[in-house]
Design a binder for this molecule. Structure first.
Ligand SMILES: Cc1cc2nc3c(=O)[nH]c(=O)nc-3n(C[C@H](O)[C@H](O)[C@H](O)COP(=O)(O)O)c2cc1C
Length: 399
């Protein structure tokens, strides 16, 4: 039995948290409710107490409860915190470390995974302040479900409508499941490759490895036995992941082959398409005579295509990353077809704000068959998390 701490804030959708309690109880899990003062204006706490079969907490300064349970313990004793519905006001408070009532104090003191289902008027959702608060919370690894597009209680149409109780319950189940990728073996490539010109010079690119490393870390957290093959990077190795360090594309391909068979292969490395065909064994001298230096480049083998088209030991799911400065989607679709992989994660070079290189943020569109999912602008950790959940759904559907 899992323990869920359900925080209800004061919006027009507050009453829908009652249905969610029914669904959670039906699965045999336990729910304890915390309500904000505004939530109590919408629904009486007794309704939540009756359905949850637990005491409902509303006050921060309740000495009895502090001695019995306390605001810290409410978070510590739960497996997951779910905020349904989450008002714009509460999003602001959590994102900015405000702790002026029981719900916000719990959140500031929390060390638990959290799922938030926002619900508000479309203008509130699209307000720059709300956007900044949501971005901040996502960067902290908080999970969001919805809001969806639809007609609101005020009659306006747009994004702001709370996700359905079924959608929220499904997400809760995913987050509560221990190791959604337990039993799977995964291979991830990350970082750039370097192709030597001579012993001291090389061709490379700006890849930091942040995205590939975040994916390896997330796969491992979700229970997958993970092998990370990384080009030279300046970031920490993820914990509990087997890391193999390589320099060139050739070495990376060799290590990928060595790590087969795997269930999941994710190629997030920025592999050099070319290598020098006339690498010098000694440092090429700059002399008064040579004003120009001509490098002969030959194509590297395409790692994604090589692994995708294997007859024996092809991974069940092969995911490529694609980065372009132009025609991102068209190129991603072509790559999906030409390289015989299953999904392409198209991440943009520039998103209008900053380069994806070395940034903690990414701008992602996932291409799968004829479908295109726009994941928007999100942290690289969030991309990794979303990818793991999608991968786990892939295996669940295939089973
Ligand atoms: C009738 C009514 C409906 C409201 N619906 C919402 C809503 O759906 N979403 C929202 O963010 N705020 C809504 N508000 C405003 C919040 O109740 C208000 O911002 C309050 O301070 C939220 O407090 P809380 O976040 O502590 O629950 C509504 C207010 C009223 C009077």
């Amino acid at each position: 039995m899992k323990k869920i701490l359900l925080i209800i804030t004061g919006g027009i959708a507050s009453y829908r948290a009652l249905d969610l309690i029914r669904e959670i109880k039906r699965s045999g899990d336990d729910v304890t409710c915390v309500m904000t003062k505004s939530a109590c204006e919408f629904v009486q706490p007794i309704s939540f107490a009756t359905l949850s079969k637990n005491k409902v907490y509303t006050e921060l300064f309740d000495l009895n409860n502090e001695s019995e349970i306390g605001h810290i313990n409410l978070s510590r004793e739960s497996d997951l915190i779910v905020i349904v519905p989450a008002t714009a006001n509460t999003l602001y408070k959590i994102a900015n470390g405000v702790a002026d009532d029981l719900a916000s104090t719990i959140m500031l003191a929390s060390n638990k995974p959290t799922l938030i289902a926002p619900s508000m008027n479309v203008k509130m959702w699209e307000n720059q302040n709300t956007i900044a608060n949501v971005l901040k919370l996502k960067e902290q690894g908080i999970h969001f479900i919805g809001p969806n597009k639809g007609e609101m209680a005020c009659g306006e149409v747009g994004y702001g409508k709370m996700a359905s109780v079924q959608e929220i319950k499904k997400e809760i189940d995913y987050l509560l499941k221990p190791g959604i990728l337990t039993g799977k073996r995964a291979l991830v490539t990350s970082g750039p490759t370097i192709e030597q010109i001579d012993p001291v010079r090389f061709i490379s690119n700006n890849s930091s490895g942040k995205q590939g490393h975040a994916i390896a870390d997330a796969l491992r957290r979700h229970g997958a036995d993970t092998n990370l093959i990384s080009g030279p990077v300046n970031i920490k190795d993820p914990e509990n992941v087997k890391v193999t360090k390589v320099n060139s594309a050739e070495e990376m391909l060799h290590e990928c082959r060595e790590s087969l068979p795997v269930n999941i292969a994710i190629f997030a490395a920025a592999v050099s398409d070319w290598r020098c065909s006339n690498t010098s064994n000694i440092k090429i001298k700059k002399t008064p005579e040579n004003d120009e230096l001509n490098l002969n480049l030959e194509k590297n083998q395409d790692i994604l295509k090589e692994i995708s088209t294997l007859n024996k030991n092809r991974p069940d799911l092969v995911i490529g990353f694609s980065l372009e400065t132009d025609n991102l989607i068209e190129t991603a679709k072509e790559k999906l077809k030409n390289k015989s992989c299953d999904w392409i994660v198209a991440n943009g070079h520039y998103n209008g704000k900053e380069s994806v290189f070395d940034s903690d943020m990414n701008s992602v569109k996932l291409v799968e068959n004829d479908n295109l999912e726009d994941w928007g602008y999100l942290t690289k950790n969030d991309v990794a998390e979303k990818l793991c959940i999608k991968i786990s759904k892939f295996f669940n559907e295939a089973a």
